[in-house]
Design a binder for this molecule. Structure first.
Ligand code: GLC
Length: 408
């Protein structure tokens, strides 16, 4: 099996921020609004005349991503509405330089590079703007390649390209060899990812693709038996119900759900790509930002277990949703559903939960300690099974998923 180092390096990034930003952000009805609300071109295209994000839009995104613990950001350089945040260098006038005289992808890349965050480019395949997409597909594919080539040649070394929309024409020949070959010729170590959408979670595709995708799904172990190449996996998720800013979408997940999803990703060695949809001025919705930053506090506490450790193949015998990761002979037990301590009955609502975890383990354990406070946990080992006594949360804490470090 072919194993590429850059694919392994991508896995080590672990956690990224997805950013859906474009003309649609000005309307606040989600990134599909043009299509789903049948907004005619004469109403939609003029948005390009006034699109002018605040000067520090990219810096703010990067700073928030960094605070959250994200190692990379995937930005929609062009979404399905066909508008480009980058300078299309004459391919068309429907791009940021013709809106505000700026190359927004350049601003994004500069902000990322300044902070050591790796820039990834989302690029649409399906296109509602370019007439050739429906009328002359071969011409469209050349336009697509020319567009992506700009991204591969004008912004230095990039983390990867994230395609989306092939599911719109599943039976057409997208000339993937030519598209991916062009990327490889300029960016041999760029991850090439092609979102398989909601129906084909985790499906393998073209041999040049470097990761499978689990859009808003739950990652599972990927079956690489038939694959000649080792691929990574990534799950993208949204806080509410839209990728692009939707003003009237209040259906936010709880931070608890987000932490649990993040952990499901880690359980299967999958990267977690968590989306924000900035407003038209490029500023984040306050709750998007707050969620990212607060999640970042949890990440900071547990970071030792979140990036490099990989699935350890340890079988839990007691502990729903719990699992063990391993790195260089150190193990990390992810504990869900811990009980809350009983306190003064008018103050603490004691939650039911578990505090005993058991797993099959053939190594002699030296110590088990919580990552958050270093306190030692009691445990017993017998008959190839390890029993850990987690003790309930004390008043003042509830980590949702609490991680213990196991030294052997
Ligand atoms: C879907 C949507 C798109 C969004 C993407 C993110 O494919 O079409 O709007 O960008 O999911 O994963």
């Amino acid at each position: 099996m072919i194993v590429k180092q850059y694919v392994k390096d991508f896995e080590k990034l672990g956690f990224g921020m997805f950013v859906h930003f474009g003309l649609y952000s000005m309307l606040g009805q989600g990134e599909w609004t043009k299509h789903l609300h049948s907004i005619p071109d004469e109403d939609y295209l003029p948005l390009a005349k006034t699109f002018s994000p605040d000067a520090d839009w990219a810096k703010e995104l990067v700073a928030t991503a960094k605070k959250a613990g994200c190692k990379y950001i995937t930005l929609t350089t062009r979404h399905h509405d066909g508008y480009s945040l980058y300078d299309t260098r004459g391919l068309n006038d429907y791009d940021a330089p013709h809106s505000c005289g700026r190359d927004l992808v350049r601003e994004f890349v500069d902000a990322c590079n300044a902070e050591g965050i790796i820039p990834f480019f989302y690029h649409t395949l399906l296109d509602w703007y370019q007439k050739s997409y429906e009328e002359d597909f071969k011409t469209y594919l050349q336009y697509l390649r020319d567009s992506v080539e700009i991204l591969c040649t004008q912004y230095g070394k990039i983390g990867g390209i994230w395609f989306d929309g092939m599911w719109d024409k599943p039976n057409d020949d997208w000339e993937e060899d030519a598209l991916y070959g062009m990327i490889r010729s300029h960016q041999p170590e760029a991850m090439i990812i092609n979102n398989t959408g909601l129906d084909a979670l985790g499906a393998l595709g073209h041999i040049e693709l470097d990761s499978v995708t689990f859009e808003r799904g739950k990652p599972g172990a990927i079956n690489l038996e038939t694959s000649p190449k080792y691929v990574a996996s990534e799950m993208c998720e949204i806080f509410a119900d839209h990728w692009g800013y939707a003003k009237n979408d209040f259906n936010f997940k709880s931070l608890r759900e987000i932490i649990e999803e993040y952990c499901v990703c880690r359980r299967y060695g999958s990267n977690f790509l968590l989306n924000v949809g900035p407003l038209g001025n490029g500023k984040m919705r306050s709750l998007d930002k707050a969620m990212m930053e607060t999640l970042g506090e949890w990440v900071e506490i547990h970071k030792e277990a979140l990036y490099l450790p990989r699935p350890a193949g340890v079988e839990m015998t007691v502990g729903d949703n719990d699992f063990v990761l391993e790195q260089n002979g150190t193990y990390y037990l992810f504990c869900h559903n811990l009980a809350m301590t009983l306190g003064a009955e008018n103050v603490v609502k004691a939650a039911n939960g578990e505090y005993v975890k058991k797993f099959k383990f053939d190594k002699a354990v030296k110590s088990i300690r919580w990552l958050d406070n270093g306190k030692e946990l009691e445990y017993q080992q017998a008959d190839g099974e390890t029993t850990v006594y987690c003790a309930p949360y004390q008043y003042g804490e509830n980590l949702v998923v609490r991680i213990a470090k196991i030294e052997v």
